[in-house]
Design a protein around this ligand. Structure first.
Ligand code: SF4
Length: 367
């Protein structure tokens, strides 16, 4: 596991990153201003897997895309290996961007249907230059082997592949650029659960073998628990809790994190969560609540919460939490732990796939 302490060297860090959409003057009025990301400072340590989680519309995908400079921020900085991406010359930025790759959620929509997969995967190599067509094909076939695709598939087109194979092509395309950091934007959520396990295992294996850093944007808490070293929990454009994965799953401190875990369906009707799942919708990011943005849904909200914004405070063990009253909530004795590990079916599939890879017939018989 990567060293994620405060002293560890970050590969990428953000400083007061802000992204707003809209707010532009139209014919008779202004379009609404959507505050997607609001002042996020976060660092990703070399070799770690950082997961970003939260409900739909919380800004997690936007934060990931800002990190790899797929979007320009409204304000704030992204520092990659000590260099501010916002102040680089276009040529330099293009070169560095090849080290920051993305795997998209929908493997079919992200692949050009008119190109063979050999050309799709070979495109980043072609863009870098310096290789003949034959050398490029040779390299593509090597990458195919790395991601578990057969060489005879190279001249096929995206529609000839299954969902899992398409996502392997997406991974291959990201690897072709020889990246240092890969953003997985919901990389398995569009796939069948058995295929999810294969892609999760593939990403973990590649991360170890190629010494990659991963940022995974996801909402499936089972996938996140399995893959990540640390988890950042987002609510309405802000990070409300950041912790090592084990610490977060053992004892989430923020009432929102606790409620996210409470929303996980339990495998048995006799098992009950001790925390009430969240009720109501996420407030509109065009009109976020004052003070703590979670106060309109928080079961522990008090008058101070609607008036004063809680800062992200560093607490024991280096974890961070943004809540005025997290200590009192902990001391009041509510047990915030999820009662059962989420999505036991996926965990079982992952174990089965790993056993198959390792040729463990005993485990395959009794996964
Ligand atoms: Fe709840 Fe108040 Fe803490 Fe926000 S600051 S999470 S509203 S208790």
């Amino acid at each position: 596991m990567a060293d994620t302490s405060a002293a560890a060297t970050p590969i990428i860090e953000t400083a007061d990153l802000v992204k707003h959409f809209g707010g532009k003057r139209q014919l008779l009025k202004r379009s609404p201003l959507v505050q997607a990301v609001n002042g996020i400072s976060i660092k990703v340590v070399e070799g770690e897997t950082l997961a970003i989680v939260g409900e739909s519309g919380c800004g997690k995908s936007t934060l990931g895309r800002l990190m790899i400079r797929l979007m320009e921020p409204t304000a704030g900085d992204v520092i990659y290996r000590g260099r501010n991406l916002g102040s680089l010359a276009p040529d330099e930025l293009r070169r560095l961007r090849s080290e920051l790759q993305i795997i998209f959620q929908d493997p079919f929509a992200s692949l050009n249907p008119r190109m063979s997969v050999c050309d799709i995967v070979g495109e980043p190599i072609w863009l870098k230059g310096g290789m003949t067509k034959a050398e490029r094909r040779e390299k593509v076939l090597d990458i195919f082997e790395t991601v578990g695709l057969r060489p005879d598939m190279a001249d096929r087109y995206p529609h000839e592949f299954s969902g899992g194979q398409r996502q392997r092509i997406g991974v291959a395309r990201a690897l072709a650029a020889e990246p240092q950091l890969i953003l997985g934007d919901e990389p398995v959520s569009a796939l069948d659960v058995s295929i999810q396990a294969q892609i999760v295992n593939l990403l973990e294996e590649l991360k170890e073998r190629l010494k990659l850093t991963l940022v995974i944007v996801a909402h499936d808490l089972a996938v996140i628990r399995h893959m990540s070293d640390r988890v950042a929990v987002m609510y309405l454009g802000e990070v409300v809790e950041l912790a090592r994965t084990d610490d977060l799953y053992d004892a989430p401190l923020h009432p929102y994190t606790q409620a996210l875990f409470a929303a996980i369906p339990q495998p048995s009707a006799t098992l009950k969560h001790s925390i009430q799942p969240l009720e109501g919708d996420v407030p509109s990011p065009t009109k976020p609540p004052s003070g703590c943005k979670f106060h309109t849904r928080c079961p522990h909200a008090r008058p101070r919460c609607s008036q004063e914004h809680p800062d992200l405070e560093t607490v024991e063990g280096g974890r961070q939490v943004a809540c005025h009253f997290w200590r009192e909530i902990q001391a009041a004795g509510s047990d915030p732990r999820p009662i059962a590990a989420p999505s036991a079916r996926l965990e079982k599939r992952i174990a089965l796939y790993t056993a198959r890879q390792a040729g463990r017939a005993d485990l395959i018989a009794n996964p």
